[in-house]
Design a protein around this ligand. Structure first.
Ligand code: TPP
Length: 433
């Protein structure tokens, strides 16, 4: 099946059984490439059906899909004519691991840092309306990325805007590690609910056609439906801030996904589709260890073991030393913006769970929180990858430096990172101090 796919049109022409077959072949192909070259595995295996459904319902490049972070776009790249190029992933002058507008007109926006997609998509949707155009605009965002302030700021703006926009919430319960925080608590409640908005659109269409009583009846039904919905889903956060909520929908069922996407296409205003997926889907070892296979170097498919043993690096030295110091000084606390393993904090988190804070993908908050703790007498240690430290630049100056607070800021991954492309936003690794 994969042999036949060189454009989204080829996917549109497949029947449902063929699409299912294609999904399995894409999984196999991604597994082969990533086990050989390294790359983001688990997130891509999780969005295979979702990406096939998106390309079946929407027409790129006229319609726009903004992928949050963009690490989950291998399937999209395969479908949009870059199947062979994927083999050059993480190689010199190879394909980018993230969306690249220069690489394809179907990549409408460059991403790399988390939580930007809803703002960008809303911007495109507003521009579309001003220009009098009619295309669809979507943001695909993970539950991890939804913990980032920028995403919540964008939801706040989009909710009251009445702008036609679809946010696909790809909820796999994971950031890199297990997702945390109030957003995760909200999603946990929603996940267990029955799928909402079964046949609302068709009922509306039928009633609307009845002369005189049509339109008023639709209004009454909608009001009743809303009250019922409040009963079914106790905390209608998304609806309360102005979004139409659809879901939750099984993110591995292509038919269901297509149905929901088609419904969203007909609705006015902002819509959020809550899609449930499994990180690492189809490769048992990654399903069981999604954090380890979020991003990986080359590995053996049979065992999942890395092909090269990891050397002792900055993060490991830092993590070991921190544990040693923390044993001597109980004022030491550690804060991570969703990067416990990457920044070497796993041992600290296990040994001092009360002094460890994973606060979500929220670098600004991490630094503001550290400032408050330092002011109150603690010694906060905040390791963040240099690329992501940019997010907290104002907090470094305004909240920490100008108040002369003893926050220990540790800059991880500074310098050149070989595995990322030269022009990747994540390879501009500033040392900002
Ligand atoms: C500002 C910023 N901080 C940290 C990261 C590192 N990072 C990349 S993906 C990711 C987790 C994303 O989780 P989610 O949005 O749920 O997507 P999933 O991989 O689970 O599909 C993190 C923390 C980033 N890309 N940007």
């Amino acid at each position: 099946m994969l042999e036949k796919i060189s454009s989204p049109q080829d996917v549109k022409e497949l029947n449902i059984e063929e699409k299912k077959e294609l999904a399995e072949e894409i999984r196999k192909y991604i597994l082969e490439v990533v086990s050989e070259n390294g790359g983001h595995l688990a997130s891509n295996l999780g969005v295979v059906e979702l990406t096939i459904a998106l390309h079946s319902v929407f027409n790129l490049p006229e319609d726009k899909i903004v992928w949050d972070v963009g690490h989950q776009t291998y399937v999209h790249k395969i479908i949009t004519g870059r199947k062979e190029q994927l083999k050059t992933l993480r190689k010199l002058n190879g394909i980018a691991g993230f969306p690249k507008t220069k690489e394809s007109e179907t990549d409408c926006f460059n991403t790399g840092h988390s939580s930007t997609s809803i703002s960008a998509a809303l911007g495109m949707a507003r521009a579309r309306d001003l220009k009098g155009e009619n295309n669809s605009v979507l943001a695909v965002i993970g539950d991890g990325a939804l913990t980032g302030g920028m995403a919540l700021e964008a939801l706040n703006d989009a909710g009251c805007s009445q702008t036609r926009l679809t946010v696909i919430l790809n909820d796999n319960e994971m950031s890199i590690s297990k997702n945390i925080g109030g957003v995760n608590m909200l999603l946990t409640k929603l996940r267990t609910k029955r799928t909402y908005t079964k046949s609302s659109i068709s009922i509306k269409k039928i009633i609307n056609k009845i002369p005189l009583i049509g339109k008023p009846t639709v209004k009454v039904i909608q009001r009743i439906k809303r009250s019922i919905k409040q009963l079914i889903i106790p905390k209608m956060f998304f609806e309360d801030i102005g979004f139409r909520y659809l879901g939750p929908v099984d993110g591995h069922n292509i038919e269901e996904l297509e149905r929901m996407l088609k419904i969203s296409k007909q609705l006015e205003g902002p819509v959020l589709i809550h899609v449930l997926t499994k990180k690492g889907k189809g490769y048992k070892i990654a399903e069981e260890n999604p954090d380890k296979f979020h991003a990986t170097g080359p590995f053996d498919i049979e065992t999942g073991n890395p092909k090269k043993e990891k050397k002792k690096d900055y993060s490991k030295v830092f993590g070991d030393k921190l544990v040693e110091l923390a044993k001597q000084n109980e004022k030491i606390v550690a804060i991570t913006a969703s990067m416990k393993d990457g920044t070497g904090l796993t041992t600290f988190a296990n040994e001092f769970p009360n002094r460890f804070f994973d606060i979500g993908i929220a670098e600004q908050h991490a630094l503001g929180l550290a400032a408050g703790m330092a002011k109150a007498g603690m010694i906060p240690i905040v390791p963040i990858y240099s690329s992501f430290y940019q997010r907290g630049y104002d907090q470094v100056i305004h909240d920490i430096a100008l108040q002369n607070l003893p926050v220990v800021m540790c800059v991880d991954r500074a310098g050149v990172v070989g595995a990322d492309r030269r022009d990747s936003p994540r390879n501009i690794r500033y040392v900002i101090f």
